[in-house]
Design a protein around this ligand. Sequence first.
Ligand SMILES: Cc1cc2nc3c(=O)[nH]c(=O)nc-3n(C[C@H](O)[C@H](O)[C@H](O)COP(=O)(O)OP(=O)(O)OC[C@H]3O[C@@H](n4cnc5c(N)ncnc54)[C@H](O)[C@@H]3O)c2cc1C
Length: 695
Amino acid sequence: MALAVEEQSLAIRAMAAADEISQRRLDRIASHLRATSLMKDEQLAAEVCAAAAKVSKRPVSVSVLTHLMAGGYPEDRQKVLDFFLKRPDLETPVEITKEQHRELAYKQLLAIVREAGVNPMKYLMEDPGQYFALLEAVGYIDMSLAIKLGVQFSLWGGSVVNLGTQKHRDKYLEGISTLRYPGCFAMTELHHGSNVQGIQTTATFDCMSDEFIINTPNEGATKWWIGNAAVHGKFATVFAQLCLPSPDSHLDTNMGVHAFIVPIRSLEDHAVLPGIEIRDCGYKVGLNGVDNGALRFHDVRIPRDNLLNRFGDVSRDGKYTSILPTINKRFAATLGELVGGRVGLAYGSVGVLKAAATIAIRYSLIRQQFGPPNQPEISILDYQSQQQKLMPLLSCAYAFHFATEYLVEKYGEMKKTHDDEVIADVHALSAGLKAYITSYTARALNTCRESCGGHGYAAVNRFGGLRNDHDIFQTFEGDNTVLLQQVAADLLKQYKAKFEGGALSVTWDYLRNSMGTYLSQTNPVVTHRDGHAHLRDPHFQLDAFQYRTARLLHTAALRLRKHSKRLGSFGAWNRCLNHLLTLAESHIESVILAKFIDAVDGCEDKDTKKVLNLVRDLYALDRIWKDIGTYRNQDYVAPNKAKAIHRLVEWLSFEVRGVAGSLVDGFAIPDSLLRAPIGLQSGQYSEYSHYVGFD
Ligand SMILES: Cc1cc2nc3c(=O)[nH]c(=O)nc-3n(C[C@H](O)[C@H](O)[C@H](O)COP(=O)(O)OP(=O)(O)OC[C@H]3O[C@@H](n4cnc5c(N)ncnc54)[C@H](O)[C@@H]3O)c2cc1C
């Protein structure tokens, strides 16, 4: 009874919130009309201050940029965005409780699938690029929605499709696609997160009943953080140690981590099923629209068929078979099938960076503080310090965009061809780009907030929400520090293969050349060259990035060999850990730059290409400048050259500032989704004033 009253009051509050949102929409339109005259004043002021600061204005076409940055599937994105534009009741308000947010996120997800006619599961299986484009678009609507969508389709759906076999797809796919079967992905436990092989939940085969018995043997084995578990999930893919009773001993034989489909709530009345305990993980720093829960299992019996048996199976008489010979190989294959989540996070993180950069740069263009004596105030983006904060960040948004487009393309190729070389490449690339980009964006969100001063702190201007929601991107789907180590390990494997005469896989190809070329004596003439033409030559830039990677790789290999004699391989790895992380980041920066160079080369519009060259130069030279100590220490860059690079970074930041407005317009994030009053295309101050209640 108490629950029914509470539900009623929640529903009333949700309706009130929806009414409030509709009212705000109407007010916003009216305020845009009212603001036209004010806007003219603002625009005029911006033009005056731009003139005062002698901004370098280069011709650039926003429509060409938009086309270039739209990636694939612009119509699909637009379809979802248009759908939400017409549904103010689905807009997430600035102030919302955890319970309301969870219900709203679920309602948004249902609406996408059942009303907007979008089938994310089909996209994911048939054309992953289409799926990731959808994920980015819904991320602008509400990050909780994007993550909830990812849990349902990439994680729960993806585990059934990729770890199961046809019988699982036949039984579950339709229910997953239509959300009749909302589900979870239950891997992490209280005591084990990154170390998945250490999980302790057991699935013991019972020959008599032809069932697996799922158990949580101790507190540490409680499944924790499981998305969709606290409220909405009816099934979970549970990762557990598969135990087979041994005929010769009273001890079971552990066959390693496997995945099992476990129903957790009744399909009829949604009641939690017998033997299962579910608790709410509670209020989080962000993403409160996602219902993360903790789960315990007490002798929960599931049919043998519920083992997702693509990489290992158990027969009716309890015999284990697998196409893969060892526990480690099976484990690697199982986790390997789940890289789609990482691809989605890398891609989504670029979307967050674009949104934050758009708000910060648009505001910095109209915001004026101080100026020369007796002259108009200047835009804060005309301060060198503000340019230094925001222009390299803008160049990264462009660079990351092209790199993640490439990642999505490779992921699609991997799913189609199952080619071993492409699989290895996508694994390392998704781990590296996810880690590098999400860490960068997390830092960038702080920079953007701070660069908007006090107004960046208002929740309505979105930095706080984006920062809180995005922060965990650095941890879930693989902690960034752990993922970068996978990249480093892969590079070392490639390095070893090189010296044993093996072929190097696609992305690492440059290392083949680099070992010979870059590690040879650095040429003193080149180390002193400091002309613009040389520094802005993409060959020089890429050589510099790849030289650094090759050198770090070579020295890491030497150090590991030296230390492993005394410390063993684990100890040696730990002794060199910081070096290895730098190596992985350096490699990923090289990949990003290479993809940026390709993308600029492919731009056919002359003026836009010139502007993109500036942006690429800024990305490359700013990264070199940030690590100038390394280049100087190795005499790759002489002091005069280091100074020239620094001056050029400042000049490029100034030049890019002149086209910064067009560059963020090129991201084409509609005002209705960006929502931050200070980040709108026009009428920012009046919209902001209106938000706090002024006419
Ligand atoms: C909001 C949210 C949603 C989630 N959703 C799900 C879900 O739906 N399903 C699911 O199964 N899980 C989920 N997770 C769990 C998530 O995947 C884990 O949190 C993540 O894998 C990291 O594990 P951990 O938290 O145990 O961190 P730990 O592994 O304990 O890491 C803690 C720290 O130790 C460091 N560290 C660990 N190992 C190493 C190493 N080898 N070398 C150097 N440093 C190391 C890390 O860098 C990190 O700084 C979710 C988590 C959150 C917070």
